[in-house]
Design a protein around this ligand. Structure first.
Ligand code: PGA
Length: 250
């Protein structure tokens, strides 16, 4: 982590837990953050239906809330979807867009993800834009070009470090307990930073998170890398103590 960028640890709860679990976990983390004043920003991304409840549970502290997805349009006939403004209205400050699970299960393209990030910006939310290669792409030596193309296609032109965070999440590392080597993470993060700097006027202040099987026991070595500015955490974010262990690794 470079000291000029404030690290961010984001918990992606995915489709897990009911209201009681979510509120208890959020309150637990807010209490820990209140006592310890962590060096990093901490955000929780609950299922959409819990965004408001979780935002209320953490409202007086330093923990922020994010959505897991938003629609690209501001409103309209999109049954089942949620707009970025609705998330903001419910108390969210961030939204994850382009998670590989949505790219795969909902056929979201880079263009779709870019439109969602723009919608997030329009509603005043910070977009966490996810990218990452599949195992076959890595085995074929294509990890860097795949990720660079995703960054080029998914990050909007007007993105700034204030409005946009990029999360590198190799698909094969998500929920598998496997992580890339430290060298592989450093290589991809370096390439993403270079690509962002080239396109956004030499700007190197973007925060780039690593995601994929991050836990308290491996967070320290990953977060120690210069170009890693935090983590996007799935499974381990469902356990407050484990997630807090990651926060403490900053
Ligand atoms: P994981 O998920 O930490 O369970 O691997 C990460 C993510 O999908 O954001």
């Amino acid at each position: 982590m470079a000291s000029s960028r404030r690290p961010l640890i984001a918990g992606n709860w995915k489709m897990n837990g009911l209201r009681q679990d979510g509120v208890a976990r959020a309150k637990d983390l807010a209490a820990r953050a209140g006592k310890a004043a962590p060096k990093c920003e901490v955000i929780l991304c609950p299922p959409a239906i819990l965004v408001q409840t979780v935002a209320e549970a953490v409202k007086d502290g330093s923990v922020a809330v994010g959505g897991q997805d938003c629609h690209a349009k501001a409103s309209g006939a999109h049954t089942g979807d949620i707009s970025a403004a609705m998330l903001a209205d419910a108390g969210a400050r961030y939204v994850i867009v382009g998670h590989s699970e949505r790219r795969a299960a909902h056929h979201e393209s880079d263009g779709d993800v870019r439109a969602k990030a723009q919608a997030a910006h329009g509603a005043g939310l910070v977009a966490i834009v996810c990218v990452g290669e599949s195992e076959a792409q890595r085995d074929a030596g294509q990890a860097l070009p795949v990720v660079e193309a995703q960054v080029a296609g998914s990050v909007p032109d007007g993105a700034t470090p204030k409005t946009t965070v990029v999360a590198y999440e190799p698909i094969w590392a998500i929920g598998t307990g496997r992580t890339p080597t430290i060298e592989q993470i450093a290589e991809v993060h370096g390439a993403i930073r270079k690509a962002l700097a080239k396109r956004h006027g030499g700007e190197t202040g973007f925060r780039i998170l690593y995601g994929g099987s991050v836990k308290a026991s491996n967070a320290k070595s990953i977060l120690a890398l210069d170009d890693v500015d935090g983590a996007l955490v799935g499974g381990a974010s469902l356990d407050a103590a484990e997630f807090w262990g990651i926060v403490e690794s900053c």
